[in-house]
Design a protein around this ligand. Structure first.
Ligand SMILES: [Fe+2]
Length: 107
């Protein structure tokens, strides 16, 4: 399992920046980089939310929660760019939404 100095063992995929080996990223590698970036943003949301829950310092809690909210915006930015590069992801994202709506309607 590849281990990234920034992400530890939480990320299973190879960092596409390593794959580029000093050259430019292909469009597929850019898509991989964006998925990697989305993972990092989601992990940051969990991390800052956990820090906010663990501290008794109200000022720190406020900042952690504010930054966690900003990370959610970053998820949206990276996702929007990824969707512009990966039409199959657009299709499957909608399929996943449809399946959940369908299942929740059955109850
Ligand atoms: Fe971020």
């Amino acid at each position: 399992m590849p281990s990234d100095p920034l992400m530890g063992d939480a990320v299973l995929a190879e960092n596409p920046i390593n794959l580029a080996r000093g050259g430019r990223m292909s469009q597929e590698e850019l898509s991989q980089a964006l998925r990697y970036a989305i993972i990092a943003e989601l992990d940051a949301i969990n991390l800052y939310t956990q820090f906010a829950r663990l501290t008794d310092d109200e000022r720190a809690r406020k900042i952690f929660l504010d930054v966690a909210r900003e990370e959610k915006t970053h998820v949206g930015e990276f996702l929007e760019l990824l969707l512009s590069l990966d039409p199959d992801q657009v299709k499957e994202l909608e399929e996943g939404r449809r399946e959940v709506r369908e299942l929740l309607k059955e109850r």
